[in-house]
Design a protein around this ligand. Structure first.
Ligand code: BGP
Length: 474
């Protein structure tokens, strides 16, 4: 058998993409609530267009999403029906600290997640909790500019301490920041950053990154003090970068591109700023705002495991004339002629997952956890809400095969696999419902119409069988 006996099979969601009820239960407004669906999404999400409140002209499907806030019992029961061993979910920071700078948490928010975790544990499902999945309380963005301010570290640590203590006996696996490298690509969504005219964006991004890295180390410290059994992970939007040709310049470009992302995990896992990043940032005139004690913190409190999302590999060229970009990717990539792509242009590359697993394991030699993988597609349900999603089954089957090879043939230490959007939810990239990943269909469309009825797709029973056979029956 390729996978360990207690392999953590399951699925993943994020609070802001599924809970809805965005102002209920005392929850405060967060950055993710003001990023609209539609044509302005990219400008707002990347911090180029300032949006401090919800603008009437725009539509925000995430405000209601699939209303998991009120449906969590039904939803967790459905996940349990597939035999889930693990459910990755995030806590909405602004449910716990609505403004972010209060000294006392919001009990109603804490109680909500007590209920959610109890529901998971009832079915023997291990919760894997993302502490911050793209959300920052809006008040902290308005008053201190989000993660560009060092004060964010205190607010984040207070939030961590609160949830670590409260869920001490319910949650063991934690991720400090979802896709921490997203700060470079989608900085408002990633870290509550917006930019002033003419400022050095790299400086702002790496200042914020430094604050998050220190915050992550501090979270790891207090987590282990509160419960030595806790396992703390970092989380990377991963996917190896290929060179367009074997021209050494292209190969070098691909190495540089990968390092841009590895940088974060190099700090979180190896405990120090890598030499290549220090040199690069120095050349760009970026100053890392180290204060006394930061280096020791980063060095001492490294993560226990490495988690990552994988959807696709990337392709680069050093030649500026090569310009066959794909549409619809947050990460720039050329079109790879050997790969097919999803309806959103995400190139499908199962072997790329084996390559990524190997690269990460070779580099860090810590246990790995695939916490996102899946195919976003337009699903057409019949009148019972049933979807024949063979395309999704094919995608997942091939990726699970690749991960099996990485474990069985390459000896990669893998803790688990949680597919993205196990129940349909709002897409982070588009802000819409149309792009679906789930085994469970939710009747809700892009315009907000629908009964919210949940129904099983064809992939539901397929995944159940995969879990039941511990990945043998694909
Ligand atoms: C990752 C995010 C998720 C998720 C996923 C799929 O970047 O961590 O939140 O949404 O990508 O992306 P999309 O929803 O754009 O298809």
């Amino acid at each position: 058998m390729a996978f360990r006996e207690n392999f953590l099979w399951g699925g993943a969601t994020a609070a802001n993409q599924c809970e809805g009820a965005y102002l209920e239960g005392g929850r405060g407004l967060a950055n993710v609530d003001v990023v609209p669906a539609g044509s302005d999404r990219f400008s707002v999400g990347s911090g180029m267009m300032k949006m401090f409140s919800c603008n009437e002209e725009h539509y925000y499907p995430s405000h209601e999403a699939i209303d998991m806030y009120h449906h969590y019992k039904e939803d967790i029961a459905l996940l349990a029906g597939m035999g889930f061993k693990c459910y990755r979910l995030s806590i909405a920071w602004s449910r716990i600290f609505p403004k972010g700078d209060e000294l006392e948490p919001n009990e109603e928010g804490l109680k909500f997640y007590d209920n959610v975790f109890d529901e998971c544990l009832k079915y023997g499902i291990e919760p894997l909790v993302t502490i911050c999945h793209f959300d920052v309380p809006m008040h902290l963005i308005e008053t201190i500019g989000g993660w560009r301010s060092r004060q964010m570290i205190d607010h984040y640590v207070r939030y961590c301490e609160t949830i670590f203590k409260r869920y001490r006996d319910k949650v063991k696996y934690w991720l400090t920041f979802n896709e921490i490298n997203m700060i470079l690509h989608f900085p408002f969504m990633g870290a509550g950053l917006y930019f002033e005219e003419g400022e050095n964006k790299q400086q702002v991004k790496y200042t914020a990154a430094h604050h998050e890295l220190v915050a992550s180390a501090l979270a790891t410290k207090i987590a282990h003090e509160i419960n030595p059994e806790f396992k703390i992970g970092c989380m990377l939007a991963a996917g190896n970068t290929y060179a367009n040709t074997c021209h050494p310049e292209d190969v070098w470009r691909s190495i540089e591109k990968d390092r841009e992302n590895y940088f974060f995990i190099d700090v979180q896992s190896r405990g120090e700023y890598p030499a290549y990043a220090l040199k690069q940032l120095e050349r760009e005139g970026v100053k890392i705002p180290f204060v006394k004690g930061d280096k020791e913190l980063l060095q001492t409190y490294t993560v226990d495991f490495i988690s990552f999302s994988y959807y696709s590999s990337r392709l680069v060229s050093a030649n500026p004339d090569v310009n066959k970009m794909t549409e619809g990717n947050v990460f720039d990539t050329l079109k790879n002629p050997y790969l097919e792509a999803s309806e959103w242009g995400w190139q499908i590359d199962p072997l790329g997952l084996r390559i990524t697993l190997n690269s990460l394991y070779d580099r860090y030699q810590k246990p790995l956890f695939i916490v996102e993988n899946g195919l976003g597609a337009v699903d057409i349900p019949d009148e019972h809400g049933y979807v024949e999603d063979d395309y999704r089954i094919d995608y997942l089957r091939e990726h699970i095969r690749a991960m099996k090879e990485a474990v069985e043939l390459d000896g990669v230490d893998l803790l688990g696999y949680t597919t993205w959007g196990c129940i349909d939810l709002v897409s982070a990239g588009t802000g819409e419902m149309k792009k679906r990943y789930g085994f469970i269909y939710v009747d809700k469309d892009n315009e907000g119409n629908g009964t919210l009825r949940r129904s099983k797709k064809k992939s539901y029973n397929w995944y159940k069988k995969v879990i039941h056979s511990n990945g043998e029956d694909l």
